[in-house]
Design a protein around this ligand. Structure first.
Ligand SMILES: *Cc1c(COP(=O)(O)O)cnc(C)c1O
Length: 340
């Protein structure tokens, strides 16, 4: 059996999830007539205290739609130097919205209000109009760390003072909620738009949900169509999201516990260098000595464990629905016995 720690996107639907797909009631969602899509959108909006929601094929598309609706070409977006919207969406902000990006140094992907203020352009014809701030929670490249409520409130105040839209790339927002115990409705109060992935820890084959006000989501629906993301009987997929909302949220705590166990096993070894704090399901660490991220991951592969070399010094391991406690034991045992 392969233990695939490369990403939490590698999960396969469980039998219960497959059954939910087979049983799904569907219709044509481009006409707004897919009951399962409508149910998922209503559930998500209610969960996060938002007025409306839009089911999207991917997290990239829902982030890109979100930014498109909030901006005009020539605007500037502020985000962290580690942001997915900046690093991993193919230059989509420039391509889709004609918007330029101002990155801000961050603490593991988390932005401080003062640094955002410093990056806002004055009202001056020489400058691009700053119109939006995008945060990420949990921060993927920051090792799955999560914001404190107070830090988010400070950013909201800054956005209010400067009339900026505030978007959340909440690809792993459910992980953050389980780790911190924060109320999901806090996010609906603080953000103008939120994108949440269902294809990560929630274990769905695909899909993301974008949330916002009724008027905002109406505009987002038009953009989704323009981007080619209007799907027909999407209810077969949306049903997996409904199932995950009902069965896969609380269990994220298991993924976090497994990640912490792997982290502890690694920290006992001399070849482990700096490790980012493990708040949720992501373990990012430097390898030292005779190992490189490539030789390290190749060695693990011989023991049927897949991990990802993500930089010249760092390896990433991500726990998820398809990593059991027994597999975590196996990973810890292999780490304990590794010799170069
Ligand atoms: C995975 C991810 C996305 C995008 O999701 P896709 O569905 O793969 O397009 C966006 N933001 C973050 C932080 C992610 O980890």
């Amino acid at each position: 059996m392969i233990t695939d720690l490369r990403s939490d996107t590698f999960t396969k639907p469980t039998p219960g999830m497959m059954e939910a797909m087979v049983q799904a009631h569907t219709g044509d969602d481009v006409f707004g007539e897919d009951p399962s899509v409508n149910q998922l959108e209503a559930m998500m909006a209610e969960h996060f205290g938002m007025q409306a929601a839009l089911y999207c094929p991917s997290g990239t598309m829902s982030n890109q739609i979100a930014i498109k609706v909030h901006t005009q070409p020539g605007d500037e977006l502020i985000c962290g130097d580690h942001s997915h919207v900046y690093i991993y969406e193919g230059g989509g902000i420039a391509f889709n919205s004609g918007v330029q990006v101002r990155t801000v140094d961050s603490d593991r992907g988390m932005l401080a209000a003062a640094d955002i203020i410093a990056a806002i352009n004055p009202d001056d014809v020489h400058k691009a109009r700053t119109s939006i701030v995008s945060l990420e929670n949990t921060s993927n490249r920051g090792g799955g760390c999560c914001y404190e409520q107070e830090a988010l409130e400070h950013v909201r105040e800054v956005c209010d003072q400067h009339k900026l839209a505030l978007h959340l790339d909440g690809a792993r927002l459910f992980n953050a909620l389980v780790a911190t115990g924060q109320n999901p409705k806090l996010y609906g109060q603080l953000f103008d738009s939120i994108s949440v992935c269902l294809n990560k820890g929630m274990g769905c084959p695909m899909g993301s949900v974008l949330m916002g006000s009724t008027g905002y989501i109406k505009q987002a629906r038009r953009i989704r169509k323009k981007f080619g993301g209007g799907l027909r009987q999407a209810g077969y997929m949306a049903a997996t999201g409904i199932y995950a909302m009902e069965h896969h949220i609380a269990r994220l705590a298991d993924d976090h516990a497994n990640a912490k166990r792997i982290a502890r096993a690694l920290l006992k070894r001399e070849f482990t260098g700096h490790m980012l704090p493990v708040d949720t399901n992501i373990v990012i660490f430097d390898v030292k000595g005779d190992w490189t991220p490539v030789t390290f991951t190749e060695h693990l592969k011989k023991h049927n464990i897949l991990a990802m070399a993500i930089s010249a010094t760092q390896v990433r391991m991500v726990t998820h629905l398809d990593i059991s406690e027994a597999q975590t034991d196996h990973v810890c045992a292999v780490i304990a016995e590794m010799t170069c």
